[in-house]
Design a protein around this ligand. Structure first.
Ligand SMILES: C[S@@+](CC[C@H](N)C(=O)[O-])C[C@H]1O[C@@H](n2cnc3c(N)ncnc32)[C@H](O)[C@@H]1O
Length: 245
């Protein structure tokens, strides 16, 4: 997978994407990544990329040409010829979730477009953007933090980035269910132990506990997700009679 990010703050993007697990994935060549500075395409010596909004209103809007020219340079910069998908990070977009992360992790080339100020002139969005993604129903100052979240959630699903599929296949949201609680050493902390079954060494019972604990977490914290899960009556009975009692 190759990623390009169109942004006015490439240092901000690099600081996050080139750190930790995503940084290692880039270093090892599992993911191609480059931030493209939209200001490099300002077309004037002041680096001006925004202007006032037609029809009035406070704030400035990013202009078409710098965004379009930066996008064209990104399109031409991919190693493979497959058509990139262009995603505009936007509070008006569809809210990002794990299903979308899985879908994006299978794409070859992705361009993320980050707005700033009041956003971006609609005319260039209409020409270059394939879809809009929001990270939640609130307004950020710019699209960079949102793009970092989407890149992080997506990149860790690319084969080879995490040690194996089992590193994420049981995590929260992979099958609607939230993850079961987890514990590490010491076995006794501030007088509280860990569920006995986890130290029993009995693999089948441990798996059973993890499954029921995951159902319980989802039911209590996210009833909306719990409703979407296909749980047999037998499993519901085990949840109520074995786990919750
Ligand atoms: C201040 S916001 C512009 C908000 C815009 N005027 C509106 O009301 O829809 C500036 C930029 O931040 C990004 N942004 C803001 N909130 C976001 C969110 N919830 N998800 C993704 N991107 C967001 C977008 O790229 C947007 O162009």
């Amino acid at each position: 997978m190759e990623i390009r990010v169109l942004t006015l703050f490439p240092d901000l993007m690099d600081a996050v994407v080139l750190s930790s697990i995503t940084g290692r994935a880039v270093n090892e060549g599992l993911i191609g990544y480059r931030a493209v500075d939209i200001r490099d395409y300002a077309g004037n010596r002041y680096g001006k990329v925004d202007d006032s909004v037609y029809g009035g209103g406070k704030g400035m809007l990013m202009m078409c040409d710098p965004v379009y020219d930066a996008w064209q340079s990104a399109v031409c910069s991919f190693d493979s010829e497959s058509n990139p998908i262009t995603i505009y990070m936007s509070p008006k977009g569809k809210v990002f979730d794990q299903k979308k992360a899985i879908e994006l992790s299978q794409k070859e080339n992705i361009i993320f477009l980050c707005g700033h100020y009041e956003g971006i002139d609609q005319r260039v969005l209409d020409v270059i953007v394939d879809e809009e993604i929001s990270i939640g129903d609130y307004v950020l100052t710019g699209g960079e933090i949102a793009a970092c979240a989407v890149i992080d959630a997506t990149a860790r699903l690319v084969p080879g980035v995490l040690p194996g599929e089992e590193a994420y296949s049981d995590e929260s949201h992979m099958k609607y269910a939230l993850e079961h609680p987890q514990y590490t050493k010491p076995a006794l902390w501030h007088g509280t132990g860990v569920p006995e079954v986890l130290t029993s060494g009995h693999h089948k019972n441990i798996e059973e506990w993890k499954y029921l604990a995951s159902l319980y977490e989802t039911m209590i914290r996210r009833p909306d997700l719990f409703e979407k899960m296909e749980i047999s009556q037998e499993d519901l009975n085990r949840l109520i009679n074995d786990y919750m009692k």
